[in-house]
Design a binder for this molecule. Structure first.
Ligand code: NBG
Length: 838
């Protein structure tokens, strides 16, 4: 290793088999990993064996940085960010790790000389789908940026054995398949069986006086499991820092097994083991039907308890005064999933480590920050008090005590305002009693933030308005961002090359540098090249579409794309109504001069969300008719790309030209796909919702297709009694489109199939699809006109990319570091001697 003094016959550092970067070193490394890491000889090695050998070779190079980083942080007693998140939607590691480390070209050459193709090997990787969508992917982008910005940090989460389900389409319907991402091994994780913590559930509490005569509480648990750490190194872009992602797996606690064995209850012991392991078995899809699922609360408590115990363990290596824990750690709650941490940290500090309540509370509040990611009331977590108390009896007592003291504070500030007390209480008493996790997170944090400017304003006004009245200084906005490493450099090599040539490659770590291409928007030759890159990306996507769906799309048509989870508030059905109307116009011959389009959808529905599943079915129904209609002669195609995930998005963003961001204003907290599209040169058609508002501000109204009601207009309409039926009756095209859906025209004559969808739109339409239909159609007309002016469209596309700088996750992380976490970068020196080494 480089940390040892060189021996006389030692090969040069570049040739070192574990850490070297020469072509020779890579070759030997891959071969040795194949032989000695996997026990395979090259002639019988499968493609997956080769992938594993390459991944292990890259991991060797990663581990060197990781070990040095851990050691440097320890030596410096560095203040550390702990990002607590139930989801990390990482995507495949190999490509991004190579990009960040450097060495792609040498490895590619080494493999080529052995007759292998690096891209094929990269494509072999099964992604860890440990998240549902935007929230989990945001956490992954933030890990990438934390490492790149050299911030000591730990991501803490759950090592789900089954991640988000794989989506397959059968007869136009979504079907779910379990995601067996671990079945062929995961070369990126390092199991740490020695880092394990007990986590208790159930039972009861006992109040007693300790030796010093203080009132104390003992929690006598009903059962106990063990959380074991699995570590994944996350390396930053072209820096030596490699940070830690620590995911917890649940196992049976031996002590409990033993008890059962002694009583001769073998099956009982096995059952307890199985039950323990269940906790981290599967990621819950974000499904309304799953509310109140006790296993989910178990998951939350499990990973948060392990993480906090781990933080305390690390802290105690250097310090003994736990009241200073917040000086060592800035801990972020990614939504309310880890909010139980507020009560758990109190329990650990007071019950297990003997701190006074007030001291512990001061530390706890200074430790946590809370990020809210949703305004949808049905997505705000609350747990029935009975369930909560049965699973976590001690935590319920602590929540009550926090609440008692908190409500006293509120009473003092707002005397006599009992209505406010009722609204703010940690316990919801409106019909059934529930623990409100968002309130627990607010009370236990020193900082609360939303994820886009509009979202934060609405949070402060509505959902958390009372908390804003009480503690306005706690609130701030932190607009989301995405990593340009994965979402441009890795997936759009053509664009990367063009950008590098135009402004140098500094934009990868300073995205504002993309501004440098603005003047080139008026350079005809540059526009030509820009179009060529987009065209190649579209052709690549066409091949994928053909291969996955059998649809032949025309790469010269406008690629109009909506990819994201399927949800009524995101309004894929509004998009679909536009498609139906366009189709009807084309059939009537009334669409002369309309730009040919390929409308591409992708996204998973929660398994129990009937309306979303019906929307997927409707997209397929419309696609079948439209794509099969010879009269249209390629002027319209509809595609549903199955199993949208981090891996499958990589051909989509680079090829997109129109980005559909059409949620009902006031519903999408931020969106991050909108940023990925913009970065790759797609122009947005969107409402004033989430981060669209800021994207519009950044790119300018000439480069954005804006339509629809604003958040306040939406609220007003709903207040005044919205009648969707009226829009249906007054707009012939809308009526026609809905009638067509209801008639069976897109369901092989089955008029009942889409009835629930049509009924819901006509009678309720909670997301104002009908109210926005006309504005959306008109706006799509403008899109079509703009697209036919090739030079104008290219200019818009270039300016979208050029002005996306502020949507880098590096900017977002800098904001968090400056305003909430107060942490500083730490340099890692790879030549430093490791502790304990000679
Ligand atoms: C999602 C929002 C998105 C937002 C991401 C990341 C949840 C609960 N929220 O609008 O719907 O972009 O979080 O902040 O998944």
């Amino acid at each position: 290793m480089a940390t040892r003094p060189p021996r006389p016959n030692r090969p040069s550092a570049a040739d070192d088999v574990r850490t070297g970067t020469s072509v020779e070193a890579w070759k030997r490394s891959v071969n040795e990993n194949l032989l000695y890491g996997l026990g395979r000889v090259p002639v019988v090695a499968t493609r997956n064996d080769k992938y594993l050998a390459v991944a292990m070779s890259v991991r060797d190079r990663l581990l060197k940085r990781w070990i040095h980083s851990g050691e440097t942080y320890y030596r410096n007693e560095a203040r550390t960010v702990c990002y607590l998140s139930a989801e990390f939607l990482l995507g495949p590691h190999l490509g991004i790790t190579l990009l960040n480390l450097g060495g792609y070209d040498e490895l590619e050459q080494a493999l080529r000389e052995e007759g292998e193709d690096l891209d094929v090997i990269i494509d072999q990787e099964e992604e860890p789908g440990l998240g549902n969508g935007g929230l989990g992917r945001l956490a992954a982008c933030y890990l990438d940026s934390l490492a790149t910005l050299r911030i000591p940090s730990i991501g803490y989460g759950i090592r789900y054995e089954f991640g988000i389900f794989d989506q397959v389409i059968r007869d136009g319907w979504q079907a779910e398949i379990t995601d067996k991402w671990l079945q062929y091994g995961n070369p990126w994780e390092v199991p740490r069986p020695e880092i394990a913590f007990p986590v208790k559930f159930g039972g009861h509490t006992e109040h007693y006086q300790d030796q010093a005569g203080r009132n104390s509480v003992r929690w006598v648990a009903g059962r106990e499991v063990k959380g074991v750490a699995y570590d994944t190194p996350i390396v930053g872009y072209r820096v030596n820092n490699a940070n830690l992602l620590r995911l917890w797996k649940s196992e049976a606690a031996e002590s409990f097994d033993l008890g059962a064995f002694n009583e001769g209850d073998y099956w009982g012991a096995v059952e307890a083991k199985v039950r323990s392991e269940n906790i981290t078995k599967v990621l819950y899809p974000n499904d309304v039907q799953l509310r109140g699922k006790v296993l989910r609360l178990e998951q939350q408590h499990f990973f948060v308890s392990c993480s906090l115990q781990d933080m305390i363990r690390i802290f105690l290596q250097r310090d003994s005064d736990l009241s200073r824990l917040h000086e060592k750690y800035a801990t972020q709650l990614n939504d309310t999933h880890p909010a139980i941490g507020v009560a758990e940290l109190m329990r650990l500090l007071v019950d297990e480590h003997g701190l006074e309540w007030d001291v512990a509370w001061n530390t706890t509040r200074k430790m946590f920050g809370y990020t809210n990611h949703t305004l949808l009331p049905e997505a705000l977590e609350k747990w029935p008090v009975s369930l909560f108390g049965e699973l976590l009896p001690r935590h319920l007592e602590i929540v009550y005590e926090i609440n008692r003291r908190f409500l006293d504070e509120v009473r003092e500030r707002f005397p006599g305002d009992e209505e406010r007390i009722r609204r703010m209480s940690l316990i919801d008493e409106d019909g059934g009693r529930f623990v409100r996790m968002a309130h627990l997170a607010c009370v236990g944090s020193h900082a609360i933030n939303g994820v886009a400017a509009l979202h934060t304003e609405l949070l402060k006004r509505d959902v958390l308005g009372d908390f804003n009245d009480l503690w306005p200084e706690k609130f701030s906005n932190k607009t989301n961002g995405v990593t340009p490493r994965r979402f441009v450099a890795l997936i759009n090599r053509g664009l990367k090359k063009l950008l590098d040539e135009a402004v140098g490659d500094g934009w990868l770590s300073d995205l504002e540098l993309l501004r440098g291409i603005e003047p080139l928007a008026s350079d005809a030759a540059f526009r030509e090249t820009w179009r060529r890159v987009k065209r190649q990306n579209k052709e690549a996507l066409c091949r994928e579409i053909a291969q996955k769906t059998g649809v032949v799309a025309d790469p010269a048509s406008l690629f109009d794309v909506q990819v994201k989870r399927i949800h009524e508030y995101k309004r894929q059905h509004l998009n679909l109504l536009h498609v139906v109307t366009l189709y009807r116009r084309l059939k009537r011959g009334g669409a002369a001069g309309v730009a040919p389009r390929t409308v591409i959808f992708g996204g998973k529905s929660a398994p129990g969300y009937r309306m979303a599943k019906l929307i997927i079915r409707a997209i397929h129904g419309v696609a079948e008719v439209v794509n099969g209609d010879p009269e249209l002669r390629d002027r319209l195609k509809v595609v549903f790309l199955p199993d949208y995930n981090v891996k499958n998005c990589q051909r989509i963003f680079p090829a997109a030209e129109l980005s559909e961001q059409i949620s009902t204003a006031g519903k999408e907290a931020s969106g991050t796909g909108n940023m990925k599209f913009g970065l790759n040169g797609a122009v947005t058609i969107g409402t004033l919702d989430g981060a669209n508002v800021e994207i519009l501000d950044a790119v300018g109204e000439d480069n954005f297709f804006l339509f629809g009601l604003t958040a306040s207009q939406v609220a007003e309409k709903l207040r005044n009694g919205y009648v969707p039926w009226r829009y249906y009756e007054e707009d012939v095209e809308l009526k026609d489109a809905l009638d067509q859906l209801a008639s069976g025209a897109f369901s092989r004559g089955d008029a009942s199939l889409f009835q629930p969808l049509v009924d819901s739109l006509l009678n309720h339409d909670p997301f104002l699809v009908l109210a926005d239909y006309r504005a959306y159609l008109d706006c799509q007309g403008e899109v079509s006109r703009a697209y036919q002016d090739e030079e104008r469209w290219t200019r818009m596309s270039i300016l979208n990319t050029a002005r996306m700088g502020r949507f880098s996750s590096d900017r977002a992380i800098r904001d968090y570091c400056r305003d909430i976490w107060h942490v500083e970068p730490v340099d890692v020196d790879l030549d430093a001697h490791l502790l304990g080494s000679r």
